[in-house]
Design a protein around this ligand. Structure first.
Ligand SMILES: C[S@@+](CC[C@H](N)C(=O)[O-])C[C@H]1O[C@@H](n2cnc3c(N)ncnc32)[C@H](O)[C@@H]1O
Length: 244
């Protein structure tokens, strides 16, 4: 991330681009050591091209179950998902947050979208003439908002149990009180295989967001990580949760 920071700083000086402030003050949630330990493997996955979770045409559940437009949509841990483009096409203003600079730059390059860099606590990549911005850095340090919708596919389940409550609380702090939510989660037998992606029980989801409704569930082991099938896992349920 050092190289990116240096480049942004140089570009900011050269192009006189805006430097945004720190936004909402306060310490980042979760333990710093936990978060650092969890971040490094993701950076390495992107460096090594191990991104088996990425869906070339986006997530089918999103297209089936997302039913709002005109929202400011927060997409935490967004990778380079095509879901950002689809959400924008539905008339939403889309904000992703992603740790890996490789992922963010790949998103813009693969979609042939030009962007402007805005330096800040997390560097913002703002699509020119479009309604997509991706902030590059640690989601737990992200302080923009508020947002009135939240889409999560591959974010909550990417985090170990120790960080999931922090994720839920931090996300809550960025959303308005009646925000629309669509969360795609996973349920499987963690005594056979372990994540990421992690299994998250219904009780845990409802402890974070009591109003969410479990609107769909189907076995997705065919698209599960090869390590899961190798371990003998035969069922991995993809579950869709949505606000009423
Ligand atoms: C399983 S992938 C899912 C990506 C995306 N949501 C999708 O559906 O393709 C999880 C992503 O979260 C990113 N990530 C992990 N920890 C993060 C953090 N603390 N802040 C921001 N992004 C993070 C990883 O780099 C990775 O791209």
């Amino acid at each position: 991330m050092k190289g990116a920071e240096q480049r942004v700083s140089e570009e900011a000086q050269a192009a006189d681009i805006a430097i945004i402030g720190a936004g909402i003050a306060g310490p980042a949630p979760g333990h710093d050591s936990d978060r650092l330990q969890e971040s490094e493997p993701w950076i390495e996955r992107w460096q090594e091209g191990r991104t088996g979770w990425h869906e070339a045409t986006g997530n089918a559940n999103l297209k089936t179950y997302w039913n709002v437009s005109g929202k400011r949509v927060l997409v935490p841990l967004c990778g380079k998902t095509q879901d950002l483009v689809w959400l924008e096409q539905q008339g939403n203003k889309v904000t992703g947050v992603e740790l890996s600079e490789i992922a963010v730059e790949a998103f813009f390059a693969e979609n042939k979208i030009e962007y402007t860099l805005v330096a800040g606590p997390l560097t913002a990549y703002k699509a020119k003439g479009r309604s997509i911005t991706i902030y590059c850095g640690d989601y737990f340090e992200f302080r923009e908002g508020p947002f009135d919708a939240h889409y999560d596919r591959g974010a909550l389940i990417a985090l170990p149990a120790a960080l999931r409550r922090s994720y839920a609380e931090h996300t809550g702090s960025l959303l308005v009180s009646n925000a629309t939510q669509l969360i795609v989660s996973l349920e499987y037998d963690e005594s056979i295989a372990t994540g990421p992606p992690f299994s998250v029980t219904a009780d845990e989801i409802l402890a974070y967001w009591p109003d969410l409704q479990r609107i769909a569930a189907h076995d997705d082991i065919a698209n599960g990580p090869p390590k899961f099938r190798a371990a003998g896992l035969q069922e991995m349920i993809e579950v869709v949760w949505r606000s009423p």
